[in-house]
Structure formats: structure tokens, C-alpha cells
Design a protein around this ligand. Structure first.
Ligand code: DP6
Length: 330
């Protein structure tokens, strides 16, 4: 038996963050989160199930992947093989059109594309909800890269109730995300270990207890396109997550001097009336979110800051999609 499919997915940027799990194996998060898919960046993944293979193989950006990455991929493939009631191993080839390990969440697009390609190659007919649940078990944020546009991940309490859905299509709001790289260094502690440290911070309980309030404010501001309210809550949520990170045992300090320079600059630009705010994931680089009308001005101002190494520009993106279903001899 040989069956192949190729799928693509965009990474996403969370406006209300996922940090910490109530169940690490299933990735049932401590709180719900809300994000925007990033058009302009994508992962393309080809999955070939092949009875001639003795074990799964993983090639990332043309290089054979390390043990850790392969294990993570195999465990998602196992889940999908169980659904299809087969045992056939697969060859997975995945390419990003953006730099890996720079704090741009490649695991989100990678596991979303892997889920869609694998399920299609095996001829399984799954709903978007089921795809999102499956992608979640590979990487939490991948659940949000299955649906398109602006997406909310319901935390839920078990596998069935934890999945992401579109709350508004990409064309709902003309936002621009400038991903500002202040460092190209590979981060020392990734989200995988970070989620496991969240509960060691005395601030995590407070962050989680207040998450519904922040989500409600953010969702409403997004649906009403109320940028000032949106900007305040997005920055607060990012700062709360980083407060948890910094007060974990051991502490995680992701910010670098350049990060702080740009955070302060964004604050003063907004006070001058420019509709822009920042949010930062598990790394030193920033995402500056602004209204499209303000994007030229934001870019010009960024050009004057010494710590800016490079900038990637994204707009609201669509759902994970298929490139090549090519199924032979299942
Ligand atoms: C800071 O989804 O990368 O980007 O489930 O272990 O793969 P795993 O973690 P991941 O965590 C993302 C954390 C974040 C915030 C967010 O995207 O919500």
C-alpha cells in the first residue's frame, strides 16, 4: 500500500495566549486562547504511507530530523493510524518558507499541515473540529492553525471538548503583523518544556483565573474592530504570560534588550496616536499588530531602531488546505 497527500498550513499569532496545560499528554490547556493565522508564512508537508517502510521517517527543510521531533510526529501518526485501523509507517517531508527556531511558532503550522496531509492520505473523512482536536495533540497551538482567519480555541476539559473554531474570517479586519526579529539565536527553552513549568509560578493561578475576562474583552474588541481596547488587552495578556515565565522555577527570561527597546517604542507610538501594539511568544522577537492604514508609518519607525535585525510582514490568513491528494492502492 502507498498513499500520499500534501497539505499546507499557516502559523498563527495568539492575542490571548496558551501557556500551561491541565493535561500535558492530550494538551488540554489551562485556559482558552485566541489567535490570527498568518498569511505569508506557511509549512508545506507531504505524507506518504508506505508498507515498504519499517519505521516513520521525517525530513525537515531537506534535513533528516532529530529523534525528539520524529517521536513527536510518530505519536500523532499513531493516533491517526489507530483511527484508520492500519499499521503502515510513513515518510514525512516538511518545509517552512520562514526561518525555523526564531520564535515564529513553526510547530503550529507543522502539526496542522501534518494532520491534514496524513488524514487525507489515509482517506479519512474528518470534520474541521476533529482535525483541530488531532492537531492539538501534536502541538497545542496547531489546533488554531486548522480553521481560518481569527480563531478561538475552547480550552475544554477533555479530548472531545478542546478544539478551535473560526470566530471571524480573514477579511473581517485589515490587520498587519510585523514580526520583528531582534535575535536569530535558537531559543534555549521551547514552549514544550515551558508549558510544564507554568504551574511552578505563583502567578499562573492568577493568570488562568483572569483568562476568561481577557478572552471576552479581546473577542468583543476584535469583532467590533475596537483597536484601542484590543491593543491594551493583547499587551496585558502577553505581559501576564511573560510574568509567569519569569517567575517559574527555573525562571524563563525570553526578553532581550532589543525586545524592551521595541516594547517601549510601541507604547510611545500608541500614545502619539498610532494604532499599533505588541505581543511576544516564547522568544525575544516581537509581533507588532497594527491597522493596515498605519502599517507604512509603523514600518518607517521600525527602520530607525538599531535592534531591528529584520522584519517579516503578515496579514490575516486562511485555514489549513490541501495541495495534492494523490491516493493510490489503499
Ligand atoms: C507562547 O503550541 O508551541 O506561543 O503544545 O508544546 O507544542 P506545544 O506548545 P506550543 O505553545 C505555544 C505557546 C505560545 C502562546 C500561544 O501560541 O498561544
Amino acid at each position: 500500500m502507498r498513499s500520499t497527500a500534501k497539505a499546507a498550513a499557516h502559523p498563527n499569532i495568539a492575542f490571548i495566549k496558551y501557556w500551561g496545560n491541565r493535561d500535558n499528554d492530550l494538551r488540554i490547556p489551562a485556559n482558552g486562547s485566541l489567535s490570527m493565522n498568518l498569511e505569508g508564512l506557511e509549512t508545506q508537508t507531504t505524507v506518504s504511507f508506505d508498507s515498504a517502510l519499517e519505521q516513520d521517517q521525517l525530513v525537515l527543510n531537506g534535513e533528516p530530523a532529530g529523534e525528539g521531533a520524529l517521536e513527536r510526529v510518530s505519536s500523532l501518526l499513531d493516533r491517526i493510524r489507530n483511527l484508520a485501523e492500519i499499521n503502515t509507517r510513513a515518510r514525512v517531508m516538511s518545509e517552512n518558507n520562514f526561518p525555523t527556531g526564531t520564535g515564529i511558532a513553526s510547530s503550529a503550522s507543522a502539526f496542522a499541515a501534518l494532520t491534514l496531509a496524513s488524514v487525507t492520505a489515509l482517506g479519512l473523512c474528518l470534520t474541521e473540529k476533529e482535525l483541530s482536536q488531532l492537531a492539538r495533540t501534536g502541538s497545542g497551538s496547531a489546533s488554531r492553525s486548522i480553521p481560518g482567519g481569527f480563531v478561538e480555541w475552547q480550552a475544554g476539559t477533555d479530548h472531545d471538548s478542546s478544539y478551535a473554531e473560526t470566530i471571524a474570517p480573514p477579511e473581517h479586519w485589515d490587520l498587519v503583523d510585523f514580526i520583528v526579529l531582534v535575535s536569530r539565536e535558537h531559543k534555549k527553552t521551547g514552549s514544550y518544556q515551558g508549558h510544564r513549568l507554568a504551574d511552578t509560578s505563583p502567578l499562573q493561578k492568577i493568570r488562568v483565573a483572569d483568562a476568561k475576562r481577557r478572552l471576552d474583552i479581546c473577542r468583543k474588541a476584535l469583532l467590533e474592530k475596537d483597536f484601542p481596547t484590543f491593543a491594551e488587552i493583547v499587551e496585558l495578556d502577553s505581559n501576564m504570560m511573560h510574568s509567569v515565565m519569569m517567575t517559574s522555577t527555573p525562571p524563563l527570561y525570553y526578553w532581550q534588550p532589543g525586545t524592551l527597546e521595541i516594547m517601549a517604542a510601541v507604547q510611545s507610538w500608541r500614545m502619539e496616536g498610532l494604532p499599533v501594539c505588541f505581543t511576544i511568544d516564547a522568544g525575544p522577537n516581537l509581533h507588532l499588530i497594527c491597522l493596515k492604514d498605519a502599517s507604512e508609518a509603523v514600518k518607517r519607525k521600525l527602520g530607525a531602531l538599531i535592534n531591528v535585525k529584520s522584519i517579516l510582514t503578515c496579514t490575516p490568513g486562511g485555514p489549513a488546505y490541501l495541495l495534492e491528494p494523490e491516493i493510490t492502492g489503499v
